[in-house]
Design a protein around this ligand. Structure first.
Ligand code: HEC
Length: 446
């Protein structure tokens, strides 16, 4: 198979990863950031309905905590009749539930939005489908007795904030917490959770984006009001209504990200295939309303044909699809578009929002059909080779270049990004700031 520009870039990143000592199992992944660890699954892996754990995307806002089960307990406080805690043995005495559910990062596809915005520049693969085993959150809460008037569960994991950033804490409303499908999982694909995926316990909030699936869970505080920490009040919010791309929006018109959007992803072919019969394969997923239909286009969206859906489907898992195509030689643009039971359809035009969440446009996928595999020219990505000394001193103590080099921002956006990082503890001397901004804006520009 031909190597796309993306894969070439990934191959480079993977080499870097193994030379810096990350596990070999991760070498097939796309590195968004080695530390904090953010890894993306390559598109070719989505021929599987269940994503293998070692190829499941990883998203960590902080360094991965290594929790020891002997020291761990789940503490429940706030508006409950009997505050207290449970050990893993206590928890496992509750009825077990096993289910497939798709986990998707709210920022998946952020890099496709125009205009660009800061953030981890995910493309297709910060999504995966696993088999989760755990206990119902409502069974856990029944042991402590929710008091009348409680509205939110504040979820806190064992992760420790970096610098002066705020602790990653999220709330979910009581209704979602008490939904019989919301579980606290201790197993992923039949094995205990790995550290990256939240050992010993993570929240499974099926149909919702992954910011609510809190990892390394160790504390639940029951509240009767909205929580105003950074990760609820500022991050993970999007406009309640449609806005034109690039429009400024009043924070009061933003609401927390909850439900996923209906979406599909072509796994193969990717960039190249030999002429003849080509089976276009991929997966589709949705929110709490399951996928009912996937249409495929081989002419860039001019015409659409129904794809065949695989299996019976599960409420929250991936649904496989395939479409058999007599592929003529030449350049083509493939697209896939899913529909769910609620009648929601993937849009052709992205629903732009200032933080770049929940991208679900039917993404055009150029493919060359030719006897000889094509090898597209790989344009050179910008590097930090010419960075001023102040960059290294100010910007690399907490993470390496990955986060910086993947951004494509204007000077005004870089200015806000540097302000955000100084708020978190980056030390930029006043006399260095203008030169640092000039460098960032000139090198990592839209
Ligand atoms: C005190 C630690 C620290 C320093 C110093 C620091 N950063 Fe960061 N930065 C972080 C963390 C932590 C993240 C990841 C946050 C996440 O995953 O949500 C991050 C993420 C980013 C991102 C991704 C977008 C985003 O906002 O999450 C960019 C871009 C970035 N940093 C640029 C910089 C630049 C430029 C500097 C130097 C001026 C810098 N950082 C210095 C801690 C730091």
């Amino acid at each position: 198979m031909a190597i796309s520009r993306r894969e070439l870039f990934h191959a480079g990143a993977a080499a870097l990863v193994s030379s810096t000592g990350l596990g070999a199992a991760e070498s097939g992944m796309i590195t968004i950031s080695p530390s904090p660890k953010d890894l993306e699954t390559p598109v070719g892996d989505f021929i599987n309905v269940i994503t293998p754990t070692e190829h499941f995307f990883v998203r960590c806002h902080t360094m991965t905590p290594q929790v020891k089960l002997a020291d761990w307990k789940l503490e429940v406080t706030g508006l409950v009749d009997h505050p207290g805690s449970l050990t893993m043995a206590d928890l496992k005495k509750l009825p077990h539930v096993t289910m497939q559910a798709v986990l998707e990062c709210a920022g998946n596809g952020r890099s496709f939005y125009q205009p660009r915005m800061p953030g981890a520049q995910w493309k297709f693969g910060s999504v995966g489908n696993a088999v989760w085993t755990g206990v119902r959150l409502r069974d856990v809460m029944a042991k402590f007795g929710l008091k009348k008037g409680s509205t939110q569960l504040l979820l806190d994991g064992a992760d420790v904030p970096i610098g002066k950033m705020q602790d990653f804490q999220r709330t979910i409303p009581v209704e979602k917490a008490l939904d019989p499908d919301t579980i606290l999982a201790f197993e992923m694909n039949g094995k205990p959770l790995t550290a990256e995926h939240g050992f010993p316990i993570r929240v499974i909030a099926p149909g919702w984006a992954s910011d609510s699936w809190v990892k390394w869970l160790q504390k639940i505080d029951v509240l009767d009001h909205e929580f105003d920490g950074f990760w609820m009040k500022t991050a993970y919010r999007h406009p309640a209504q449609h806005i034109a791309p690039g429009t400024a929006i009043d924070p009061k018109d933003m609401v927390p990200v909850t439900d996923l959007n209906v979406k599909s992803l072509i796994a193969t072919p990717d960039a190249w295939a030999a002429p003849g019969t080509v089976t276009i394969r991929g997966v589709a997923w949705s929110n709490t309303s399951p996928v009912t239909k996937v249409d495929v286009s081989v002419d860039g969206g001019k015409s659409w044909q129904p794809a065949k859906l695989g299996g019976k489907g599960t409420k929250y898992g991936f649904r496989a699809f395939n479409y058999v195509w007599k592929a003529p030689e030449g350049n083509h643009v493939l697209m896939a578009r899913a529909t769910n039971a609620a009648g929601q359809v993937q849009p052709i035009d992205p629903e732009w929002n200032p933080n770049g969440y929940l991208y679900n446009a039917a993404q055009p996928r150029p493919v060359t059909i030719s006897k000889v595999p094509t090898s597209p020219n790989a344009p050179t990505d910008p590097t930090t080779a010419s960075a001023p000394a102040s960059y290294k001193a100010a910007c690399t103590p907490c993470h390496d270049d990955h986060f910086v080099a993947q951004q494509r921002l204007t000077r005004a956006q870089w200015d806000r990004e540097v302000t955000k990082m100084t708020g978190w503890g980056a030390e930029v001397k006043a006399e260095d700031r203008a030169a640092l901004l000039d460098y960032l804006a000139a090198t990592f520009k839209p």
